[in-house]
Design a protein around this ligand. Sequence first.
Ligand SMILES: [Ca+2]
Ligand SMILES: [Ca+2]
Ligand SMILES: [Ca+2]
Length: 485
Amino acid sequence: MKKFFLLAVIAVVAAVSCQKAEAPQLSVSTSSLNYGPNGGNAVFQVTSNVDWTASASADWITLSTTSGSGNATFTVTVPAFTETSARSGQVTVKAGELQQVVAIVQVAPVAPNETIENNYKVIALGGTFAVNVPKGYSLTAETEADWIEAEIADGVMTLTVAPYVNGTASRTATVDAVFGENVLVEVTVEQSYRNVEPGELLIEEVYFTGSPIEGSTSPSMDQYIKLTNNADHVIYADRVMFVTSFISGTISSVGAYYEYPVLEDGLAVENMYVIPGKGDEHPLQPGESIVLAFAAIDYTNSYEEDGETVEGNPNAIDLSKADFEFYDENEYWPDTDNPDVENLEIWFKESATITTLHKRGFESYAICLPPYNEDAESILANRHWEGARTFYFNEYVIPSDLATQDVWVIPGEWVLDAVNCSLKDSWYQNPWPAAFDAGWTYCGAYDGDPDRFGKSVRRKEVDGKLADTNVSTNDFTPNATPSLK
Ligand SMILES: [Ca+2]
Ligand SMILES: [Ca+2]
Ligand SMILES: [Ca+2]
């Protein structure tokens, strides 16, 4: 009996102690959660009878809660993943000595099979432009070119192309957007050695005749040249050189003319005037024009010249707002310098006094863009036209050497645009080769025709663009009304 009582007491004590300290439990519903490259949410269950804490092994794993008690549903969120190989981490749930681990695995995105190819043309000035690249991949930009910097962020590769100084031919490089072993995007960048390509900047108009003055046989000298951006993008007029032909295309009124050696791929020039700037100072929007005035004067109003007052001419043109002017400081003849209008650089001028256009239309005109490694000094030193010409006048045939003449050959590659001018009844040759202008245009009907005054040669428009077939007979309107009138 005594023994039975003792067993009963032990049983009761044991039962009481069991109720006071039930064994702690902790379990999780899964040992791993798997995610695609886009990331997202996944859940697991915690089953427990005690307090617990939870933690993640990496900062890209977000837990819906980090502590709790008893049973719970857990949400684990991971963001999109863009690297080339899978990543893993874990979520650890602890309750005292107990611990459960859920592995977190996120796979890498799969690269597309095809490489997207892009081509970009860049002017010598360089610049920054953006290329779309696929999102969802950690891409690195790779290029061998030290003149291109590339960065990739948010689906955009930003390319910064350095200025191309002193180039004489275009340069090309590729930039790859690389994902592991895969090239997702290949960008080919071709950078020109110049900022304007042939045909982009055009001679829209040349007003060489001058405006008629009532009661006078001499016109106002309100001569100008209008250049227009005929491209669809911004170009820069910096360093563009205006030249006049050494050769005349017109037989003189007494029947004299010269015969010259054939120049197929170059221009024989005398005057060379250059728009100042390093390359980015004179942007021209598509369709925008600049005016080069021989004097940036308002010829409609009286003005001072060499201490004298010159009467205003109501037929004339206000050139005081021209973009550039020809200013020829010299000791023989006064030239006006409008301080508000930038002067052209003189690389060579034929006249000992001031440069004007040939009022009777004996000259031809062109614009060129010398490469950066050329300047007045190099042209004058290296590009003199060597050879002989022959003068014909009645029975006389007189050969002479060009060595004594101020004439230089501009390489054809530099030529942006050219227009041959002559007289309607006395044309005999085109100063500019057919590659640049296979035709010619004119003002007036004969040498000295007073009806030419107040008329210009002016390029036609076709479908909102200036005509440029390199045949000025078709591209230009002779005897046109000046556009600044
Ligand atoms: Ca001048
Ligand atoms: Ca000036
Ligand atoms: Ca042309």
